[in-house]
Design a protein around this ligand. Structure first.
Ligand code: GLN
Length: 483
């Protein structure tokens, strides 16, 4: 049963080939048996899952339907889940049981999804390797000596290892698309404002966006359908109707204009990845797409701008973790200052502390104009580049990452080397655009992803192109050995 996609599960539950309780029991056993190898779960919520599965079976027996009713899910451990530990991968929140459900969690539960647990992640979603988690590194099922990508590394590794068909993730600078690429999954970062951020523990609020990770575009469409929509509780949520994403999957690609940014194919890109990207372009041309070169001239400034803006917002968001109201508190503080200092010093890991310091520095009175304001100006130029490019093309295509998954530990002593891995993904967050990564081949046995970017609210177009591509290729069907 673990081989089934979300779409196949929906059909199996509808025609009563199996019940949600049977499926849930089988997957929980598989998590127990295999997860110790990859460490993709922080918490397994067995009782919650079995209760939800029985309730879903009862709803179905009473005549209710729906693609997600009784289907399994696990949430990245920064989506607040009522009564369940929501740790954000941090010692700071190791003892935090969320008092309410995030909107995404509530919506999917209402649709009848069964929560198997909470997935491992980089601490406070900061990272590209899932090595900064308080609960230990996640391993890539394709090669247990390699990282799965981050920060939604647990969500990606769990699906890649066939522990369950789909998970939620969040993407601030690539954390859905990059781990999807490194583990052979399809992952979608929606338009900023498409999915509610309410109850999602904030990293960088103007960049964060939740979205689906699954094996196929078809499954991402089903899951996004359940996640998307206006939420009055999130002031940045956008009140736009949610289209039927599954209905858009089969649209013709005849005449679709695809832009290849010339800046994407320069130094720094593994030439073997460049070849696989070109091969994916050939497939799309066979399906009727027309390809042309475009330019995104300000792309070279994206990493420095992002690594000012994201830490600046993080330093502000993380100021609430002060040892007073919730989260970790140090032993026997001498006075209030000691309480703050030691609670934060002991509760946050090294990468989080580094970002708080960078962000606080960039926002301080003497440097605000030189760093933060400058970075915001670059952000606008990057958005303008995309707007100009989308005048002439319907879609932008390129690699998701410059390299395949690296070895555990290979970049942990050099944060800048890890930041450079985000070069293709962070521009979409800076501009607020939707982006998708899909499997496009292998290098040394490790998966490679191709990234598609579309104009605002064109998630349907991304899913359509990825689905048509997946009908003529089989990269996305390959499973790692041993899983
Ligand atoms: N790697 C990027 C960072 O560390 C992106 C992380 C994310 O998208 N959450 O900030």
């Amino acid at each position: 049963m673990h081989e089934l996609t979300l779409a196949e599960i929906a059909r199996g539950l509808a025609d009563k080939s199996f019940s949600s309780e049977e499926l849930t029991t089988a997957l929980l056993a598989r998590v127990k048996q295999l997860d110790p190898q990859i460490n993709s779960f922080i918490s397994v919520t067995e009782d919650l899952a079995l209760g939800q599965a029985r309730a879903a079976d009862a709803r179905r027996a009473a005549g209710e339907g729906g693609a997600l009713l009784g289907a399994p899910i696990a949430h990245k451990d920064l989506f607040c889940t009522q009564g369940v530990r929501t740790s954000c991968g941090s010692k700071m929140l190791d003892n935090f049981n969320a008092p309410y459900d995030a909107t995404v969690v509530a919506k999917l539960a209402e649709a009848g999804m069964v929560t198997l647990g909470k997935t491992n992640m980089d601490e406070f979603a900061m990272g590209s390797a899932n090595e900064s988690s308080h609960y230990g590194a996640v391993k890539n099922p394709w090669n247990l000596e390699h990282v799965p990508g981050g920060s939604s590394g647990g969500s990606a590794a769990a699906v890649a290892a066939r522990l369950l068909p789909a998970t939620t993730g969040t993407d601030t600078g690539g954390s859905i698309r990059q781990p999807a690429a490194l583990t052979n999954l399809t992952g979608l970062k929606p338009t900023y404002g498409r999915v509610s951020r309410w109850g999602m523990i904030a990293y960088a609020s103007s960049l964060d966006q939740g979205g689906p990770l699954a094996r196929t575009a078809e499954d991402c469409a089903l899951l996004l359908q359940g996640m998307a929509g206006f939420d009055a509780k999130d002031s940045t949520s956008i009140d736009e109707p949610v289209p039927d994403y599954s209905a858009s999957l089969n649209g013709s690609l005849q005449g679709l204009r695809i832009g290849l940014p010339k800046e994407y194919f320069g130094a720094g890109l593994d030439p073997r990845i460049a070849e696989l990207v070109q091969a994916s372009v050939k497939e799309l041309e066979k399906l009727g797409a027309v390809v042309k070169e475009i330019s995104l001239p300000n792309m070279q400034h994206a990493i420095p701008a992002y690594y000012v803006i994201a830490p600046a917002e993080a330093s502000s968001n993380l100021s609430r973790f002060d040892g007073v109201r919730f989260g970790y508190r140090c032993e026997e503080p001498k006075d209030l200052t000691d309480l703050y200092k030691r609670s934060r010093g002991e509760g946050f890991g090294a990468e989080v502390q580094r970002r708080i310091m960078v962000g606080t520095y960039a926002l301080s009175a003497g440097y605000y104009d030189a760093y933060y304001v400058k970075a915001q100006q670059i952000r606008r130029l990057i958005k303008n580049d995309f707007m100009a490019a989308f005048e002439g093309v319907d879609l932008i295509l390129g690699p998701t990452t410059p390299n395949p998954a690296w070895k555990l530990g290979a970049k942990s002593s050099d944060p800048v080397a890890a930041y450079l891995e985000d070069v293709y993904t962070i521009t979409a967050n800076l501009a607020g655009l939707p982006g998708l990564s899909m499997p496009a081949g292998f290098v040394d046995g490790l998966p490679v992803g191709v990234q598609l970017l579309a104009p605002y609210f064109q998630e349907g177009r991304l899913l359509n192109v990825a689905h048509r591509y997946q009908q003529v290729t089989d990269w996305h069907t390959r499973a790692p050995n041993g899983f």
